[in-house]
Design a protein around this ligand. Sequence first.
Ligand SMILES: [Zn+2]
Length: 110
Amino acid sequence: MNTQTPFNPGIAAVLSLIIPGAGQMYKGQVGGGLLWLICVVIGYLVFLVPGLLLHLICIFNAASGAKNTTGTAESSAPNPKTHVRCPDCRELVLKDARKCKHCGTELTPQ
Ligand SMILES: [Zn+2]
C-alpha cells in the first residue's frame, strides 16, 4: 500500500512532468511509475491528446498522496496539542475529555 515516507509533492510533480512516472518512482512506487511511463508513452504514440491527458493525470497522481500521509499521521498519534496526561494514571487522554478513559477519573476539560 502507501509508503509512509514523506515526500515533496512539488518535486514529484516536476519529475513526472519531465519523465512520466518519475514522480511515482520518487515516492517509492517504482512499479507504478514504470506503468505510468509506458501508458503515457503509448498514449502519445497513438494519439497526442490522450497522451497529454494521461500525462496530466500522471503529474496529478505524483503530487497527490502527501496530504494523506501527513493527515493520518497527525490525527492518529496523540500529541500535546490534542492530548493531556491524566493526573491519576498518567495515560494520555483527549484535552476536552471529562472522564479518563483509562481509569474513570473526572477531568476538567481544558
Ligand atoms: Zn486516568
